[in-house]
Design a protein around this ligand. Structure first.
Ligand code: NAD
Length: 499
């Protein structure tokens, strides 16, 4: 650790809390390739302090009126909208994504804050009058208590926002453990909540690594875990949170296919493949990483995609480029190693990003957009999540062959079909084993009032993020059966009442 650099502190009790653990992790500016700060890594005492603060804030927040909670949410939303540029610049400086993409991420996060502002409608219970003579049954929705959120590096603002606006609206208190690679956005959000009037302790940020994650998984006062990250860690979270008796939703990795039928509009397909393959340098769980071209379209499509790729500018996200760097040097090298692997496995590299000349500092973690044709489906380039700007093309000879390929995959996050045949699209949405489907739309991230989540190894647990699923996850229902005695009691009856 460079001692002259600032250390990103925790956010506990509504203020920055410098760490005393003595452990930190470096935070890079990926476009410069240099460490600009360090982030605190929590120890057990800090985990306990964060959870204790959230637990202490819970009773007061739970009993705060709906109208007061709603007014704080609206104030938070207004501040976020007014100051989103500031947040975008923080995202770009630690993640590397270009400013316009950072603003796009924030816009998708604000959608969930919008949804949360309308929470009273979704918190309403149900009432059945006179279910038995003089007896009524009704349901209440109540918060869980302290809820844990563990988020990945690729959407440092949006992914936590999939969860905490709804959790807080519903009356829970939150402990967020952001990715240690780009931690600052979460503290900035803490200060914004404070300005909006949120009581101290309702939103807490605990920075850290596996120690902090395990601490949240094991802590008896943490009632639920919402996790987003890679599949092996999602599985670990799911198993261990369940073992500890917690509610859990764990969203994992992806390998998303775009199926292109011969009747598709190839210009639309080429634009979509480039946008969805290389946006955010391919570091999106809904990025398209495989184009499944139903012959005879592959040659024409590859020509159009390559032509568009030639116009992309890779470089520093603050300079108006199209695509930024990867998150770390190690990750860049790992992604680049798949290009070498593809060559060894007999695929043909059409556009090679390894030779990119970036508009940025030489030490940045650069890898240009890469297109690989004829990727064998046995190759690790096809079977593994690469999470970088590498787009593979697999050629098939029929819709059925393409569908079978997509359905044979381990992941089931997103997919898209491009066609002008409504019947084929309808058949695809019915037959494909994937949670989120685009029809002539390459990145089908559902809007806030629907829910987000994949199938198979892309989601462990039975609850998706946000939308109605999100409210269900962050609330527990009580059913009340009531009778008010008037004028006298009902006498002895050992059976269930029947009339
Ligand atoms: P990651 O799994 O490495 O890290 C996610 C979180 O887990 C971080 O907060 C990290 O600190 C923590 N963590 C890392 N190793 C751990 C360990 N051994 N034990 C306990 N906790 C640990 O993921 P990442 O690299 O930050 O993010 C990229 C991954 O996230 C990709 O696989 C991507 O597909 C996935 N992702 C999925 C979705 C989705 O909605 N399904 C959305 C965004 C990202």
């Amino acid at each position: 650790m460079s001692t002259d650099l600032p250390v990103v502190p925790h956010w506990i009790d509504g203020a920055e809390r410098p760490s005393t653990s003595g452990r930190t992790s470096p935070v890079y500016d990926p476009a410069l390739g240099v460490v600009t700060k360090n982030v605190a890594l929590a120890d057990q005492a800090e985990i306990d302090a964060a959870v204790a603060s959230a637990a202490a804030a819970f009773p007061g927040w739970r009993d705060t009126s709906i109208s007061k909670r709603q007014s704080i949410l609206f104030a938070f939303r207004e501040l976020l909208v007014a100051r989103k540029q500031e947040l975008a610049e923080i995202l770009t400086s630690e993640h590397g994504k270009v400013i316009s993409d950072a603003l796009g991420e924030i816009a998708r996060g604000i959608e969930i804050v919008d949804l949360a502002c309308g929470f009273p409608q979704l918190m309403k219970g149900e009432y059945s009058e006179n279910v038995s003579t003089g007896v009524d049954v009704y349901s209440l929705r109540q918060p869980l208590g302290v809820v844990g959120i563990i988020s990945p590096f690729n959407f440092p603002a949006m992914v936590p926002m999939w969860f905490y606006p709804l959790a807080i609206a519903a009356g829970n208190t939150v402990v967020l453990k952001p990715s240690e690679k780009d931690p600052s956005a979460s503290n900035w959000i803490g200060a914004l909540w404070k300005e909006a009037g949120l009581p101290d302790g309702v939103y807490t940020v605990l920075h850290g690594d596996k120690v902090a994650v395990d601490g949240l998984l094991e802590h008896p006062d943490v009632r639920s875990i919402s996790f987003v990250g890679s599949t092996p860690i999602a599985r670990y979270i799911y198993e261990n949170a369940a073992k500890a008796g917690k509610r859990v939703q764990a969203l994992g990795g992806a390998k998303n296919h775009m199926l292109v039928l011969p009747d598709a509009d190839l210009d639309l397909v080429a634009d979509s493949a480039v946008n969805a393959g290389f946006g955010s340098a391919g570091e999106r769980c809904m990025a398209i990483s495989v184009v499944v071209a139903v012959e005879p379209v592959a040659d024409a499509l590859i020509a159009k995609v390559s032509e568009r790729m030639a116009g992309l500018r890779t470089g520093d996200g603050r300079r108006g480029c199209d695509m930024g760097p990867l998150i770390t040097r190690e990750h860049r090298d790992k992604v680049a190693s798949y290009i070498e692997l593809a060559e060894g496995d007999g695929a043909s590299v059409v556009v090679d990003g390894r030779g990119v000349e970036p508009d940025g500092e030489a030490d940045g973690f650069w890898l240009g957009p890469t297109l690989i044709d004829r990727v064998p489906t046995t190759s690790r380039v096809y079977t593994e999540e690469i999470f970088g700007p590498v787009l593979s093309v697999v050629r098939v000879h029929s819709y059925e062959e393409g569908l079978a390929l997509i359905n044979s995959g381990a992941f089931g996050n997103g997919t898209a079909i491009f066609t002008n045949d409504g019947g084929a699209a309808r058949r695809f949405q019915n037959e494909v084993q994937v949670g989120m489907i685009g029809i002539n739309v390459p990145i089908p991230v559902p809007v806030g009032y629907h829910s987000f989540g994949g199938w198979k190894q892309s989601l462990f647990g039975d609850s998706k993020a946000y939308g109605v699923h999100g409210f269900d996850f962050f609330t527990q229902e009580k059913a009340v059966t009531s009778r008010w005695l008037d004028p006298s009691h009902g006498g002895i009856n050992l059976g269930f009442p029947q009339n």
